[in-house]
Design a protein. Structure first.
Length: 206
């Protein structure tokens, strides 16, 4: 089984600010009691029932990108306590997150349960992009369809370095509303169209 991190969690910057603002003792207690280098059983159960995740990546120069991923429960697939995979589908062709990962493997996931437990989970680690055909032989439990009618072209495979709680106190509680999802559609209107009018204003103010 996994254990607590052998090295001190956090960055030099956050440690300096903790000292400057008198929060070092409180932070050390959080590191000691809440930060793991693996997914414990409760975390694995939590991941397995989530339907969305926020994903943060950056390129080799540190330019950041945050994105949203969604799917039926189980689309975030726990391979073992230290390894997580999620599917990538055909999208707008930009491949911003995958491009970042190809340059800089550091990745951060934030999973938030807005409905049942109203709690969050951070998962940080090192990511790499793996083709579906290459991953499947070593992960026979992967579903063939990770969303209705959709099969992953690629998987993002994450070697977990940190997993820890996101505080519940400011997370709103949502009530799900039935909705038909157009998984994988190329229909511009159903994808949101030019909702923000970017097409009409592109090239202005740059």
């Amino acid at each position: 089984m996994g254990k607590h991190l052998l090295h001190r969690p956090g960055s030099a910057g956050e440690h300096q600010l903790q000292q400057a603002h008198g929060t070092a003792e409180r932070a050390e207690r959080f590191y000691r009691e809440q930060v793991l280098d693996h997914l414990n059983p409760a975390m694995r159960e939590f991941v397995a029932r989530q339907e969305m995740a926020f994903v943060a990546t950056s390129d080799a120069n540190g330019e950041c990108d945050a994105t949203f991923r969604a799917g039926p429960p189980g689309f975030l697939h726990v391979l073992d306590e230290r390894t997580l995979a999620y599917p990538e589908y055909r999208g707008n062709g930009v491949m911003a997150s995958l491009g970042n990962i190809s340059e800089n493997g550091h990745v951060g996931l934030l999973l938030v349960d807005f409905v049942r437990d109203v709690i969050g989970l951070h998962i940080n680690g090192r990511a790499r992009v793996v083709e579906d055909v290459d991953l499947r032989p070593s992960a026979p439990g992967l579903p063939l369809e990770t969303a209705p009618g959709r099969r992953a072209e690629h998987w993002v495979l994450i070697d977990i370095e940190e997993a820890y709680l996101h505080c519940a106190k400011h997370i709103p509680r949502f009530v799900p509303v039935a909705r038909t999802r157009a998984w994988g559609t190329d229909d511009a209107r159903r994808k949101g169209g030019d909702f923000f009018g970017a097409k009409e204003t592109s090239g202005q103010g740059i």
